[in-house]
Design a protein around this ligand. Structure first.
Ligand SMILES: C[S@@+](CC[C@H](N)C(=O)[O-])C[C@H]1O[C@@H](n2cnc3c(N)ncnc32)[C@H](O)[C@@H]1O
Length: 297
C-alpha cells in the first residue's frame, strides 16, 4: 500500500461536469480532492465549488490541495446529506452539479484508524473523528439480530448469525477493541478466506457502513435531490457495492418516472480493464448520472 489515493473514473467525472460554465458544483465527498482539483482546473472562474467531507483530516488535506483556487471553494466538515440545510442557510438556492464518490479513500484505508486489518489498530472506523460511536462501540450497542441482518444483507457474509453472536460475545467480555480482535473473530467463524478474500474483508466493510450510517445518509441525500438541483443540473454518483448502487439506481429511476429527469447512461459507466488493473478500488466501481432537464420538476 502506498497511502496515496487514486481517484476513480477521474477523466469521465470531469468530462461529465465541465459543461457547467457558471454556477455551483458540489463535491459531497471531497476526500483528497483528486476529482475536485481537476474539476476546478477544467472550469472557469465563474464556477464555484462547495466541498464537503465528514472527515476533518480530509478537509484539511483538500484545503491545502485546493488553495490555488482561492475563494472559488468553500469547505464544509459535514455530511453531504446536510447539503439541503447548508443551501437553505447559506445559499445558493440550487446547484448545477453534484458529485458523490462514496465510501472511503486509500488514505483512510492506510491510516491507523481501524479501516484496514493488516496491523493492529483500535477498531474505530469513524469518518468523523470529532464524535459518534466507534466500530467497537457499535458492536457493543447494536442488537445481535440487527448485526446478523446487516452482515447478511449489506455484505452477503456467510454464517452471519454465528459471526454476529461471536462478535457480541467477545465485545461483552471486553475483547473486541482492535482490528486484530475483529480478524480473529472472523477467522474463528469463517476460516481464513471467503470468496477468495480475507474473511474479515466483508465484515469490516459492513461494520464501517454501520459505524458511519452510510446507507441512511445516502437515502437522506437522494430524497432531497429534486429540491437542490437547478434545471439542466447534473448529479454524478460513484458507488462501490450493490447496497449503495441499488439505492442510487432506484432513486434515479424514480426521478425519471415521477419528475421527467433523464439518465444519459442507462446502465451507468464502469471503469475499463486498464483502470481496474492499475487501481484496485476501481474494480467494483459504477458511476451513475442523472440530469434534471429544463422541463423536469
Ligand atoms: C472515495 S473518497 C473520495 C475521494 C475523492 N473523490 C478524491 O478524488 O480524492 C470518499 C470520501 O467520502 C467521505 N465521506 C463518506 N461519507 C460521507 C458523507 N456522508 N458525507 C461527506 N463525506 C463523506 C469520506 O470521509 C472520504 O473522504
Amino acid at each position: 500500500m502506498n497511502g496515496s489515493h487514486v481517484s476513480v473514473l477521474k477523466d469521465e467525472v470531469v468530462e461529465l461536469l465541465t459543461d457547467i460554465r457558471e454556477g455551483s458544483i458540489v463535491d459531497g465527498t471531497v476526500g483528497q480532492a483528486g476529482h475536485a482539483f481537476d474539476l476546478l482546473q477544467a472550469t472557469p472562474e465563474s464556477v464555484r465549488l462547495l466541498a464537503f467531507d465528514r472527515d476533518p483530516q480530509a478537509i484539511e488535506a483538500s484545503r491545502k490541495k485546493l488553495a490555488p483556487f482561492g475563494n472559488r471553494v468553500r469547505f464544509f466538515q459535514r455530511g453531504y446529506e446536510d447539503l439541503g440545510t447548508v443551501l437553505a442557510d447559506e445559499g445558493p438556492e440550487k446547484v448545477d452539479g453534484i458529485l458523490l464518490d462514496l465510501g472511503l479513500s486509500t488514505t483512510q484505508l492506510d491510516s491507523d484508524r481501524g479501516f484496514s486489518f493488516g496491523g493492529d489498530s483500535p477498531l474505530d472506523m469513524r469518518f468523523d473523528t470529532t464524535g459518534g460511536p466507534t466500530a467497537s462501540q457499535v458492536i457493543r450497542t447494536t442488537s445481535e439480530r440487527h448485526l446478523a441482518a446487516s452482515l447478511k444483507e449489506v455484505g452477503q457474509v456467510p454464517a452471519s448469525k454465528r459471526l454476529a453472536r461471536v462478535l457480541k460475545e467477545r465485545a461483552r467480555s471486553g475483547k473486541m477493541n482492535t482490528t486484530s480482535d475483529l480478524v480473529q473473530a472472523c477467522r474463528s467463524v469463517l476460516g481464513a478466506r471467503v470468496r477468495k478474500m480475507d474473511s474479515a474483508t466483508l465484515p469490516a466493510m459492513v461494520l464501517r457502513i454501520l459505524t458511519n450510517r452510510e446507507l441512511d445518509r445516502l437515502d437522506g441525500f437522494l430524497a432531497d435531490l429534486p429540491a437542490m438541483v437547478s434545471k439542466g443540473g447534473k448529479v454524478v454518483v460513484l458507488s462501490y457495492h450493490s447496497g449503495e448502487d441499488g439505492r442510487v439506481k432506484r432513486a434515479f429511476r424514480a426521478l425519471v418516472v415521477e419528475r421527467g429527469w433523464t439518465l444519459p447512461y442507462k446502465k451507468g459507466i464502469k471503469p475499463l480493464p486498464d483502470e481496474v488493473s492499475a487501481n484496485r478500488r476501481a474494480r467494483s466501481a459504477r458511476l451513475r448520472v442523472a440530469v434534471r432537464g429544463e422541463d423536469a420538476s
